[in-house]
Design a protein around this ligand. Sequence first.
Ligand SMILES: CC(C)(COP(=O)(O)OP(=O)(O)OC[C@H]1O[C@@H](n2cnc3c(N)ncnc32)[C@H](O)[C@@H]1OP(=O)(O)O)[C@@H](O)C(=O)NCCC(=O)NCCS
Length: 168
Amino acid sequence: MQIRVETTQDYQQIAEVNTLAFGRENEANLVTAIRNSHFYIPELSLVVEIDNFIVAHLMFSYIHLVGEERLRVLSLAPVAVMPEFQKQGIGSALIRHGLEKANAMGEALAVVLGYPLFYNRFGFVSSVIYGIKSPFDVPEDVFMVKVLENFQAKYQGEVVYPPAFLRV
Ligand SMILES: CC(C)(COP(=O)(O)OP(=O)(O)OC[C@H]1O[C@@H](n2cnc3c(N)ncnc32)[C@H](O)[C@@H]1OP(=O)(O)O)[C@@H](O)C(=O)NCCC(=O)NCCS
């Protein structure tokens, strides 16, 4: 199993992985929209490859945290593992790798909307603990943040997503 950065040759397989994992095309379309935006971070769109076949993908992209200042932080979305490769630790390995890389790149904060039982194991906690507000009307425990080494207490406010996310 190899974790590496996506290349343009991977785009079609990545779309298939997302479509199969989510059972719809919304997330694959989100990936394309992010790639075509200023919010795309090529180094943080990662794939898991097994025998030259892409079985999982994740993408971190830029969003904003708006409080007293407007700060650039990371969104983790989407994360997708092909159904027949799920529950084998692949998604966890990919997320850990991505978080380590984001931290090494000097990023301060990652935001995710997802299953608390899954994301808590990587250190994601409810955003309200840090005074960070979700723009979505969702339960507090599913809107989570992971603070990285460069996190500062001033990182507070409401998260603002680019329009592409609001269509998912
Ligand atoms: C969620 C997902 C990325 C996890 O990847 P994975 O490789 O299967 O995960 P791992 O094998 O590393 O870990 C398995 C964990 O996934 C979590 N998980 C998977 N699907 C879940 C679900 N529907 N609800 C809650 N937890 C879930 C479980 O907590 C499981 O934990 P366990 O090992 O204690 O049973 C993958 O199942 C997937 O692609 N699902 C469909 C798309 C999706 O929902 N993406 C995430 C959006 S937030």
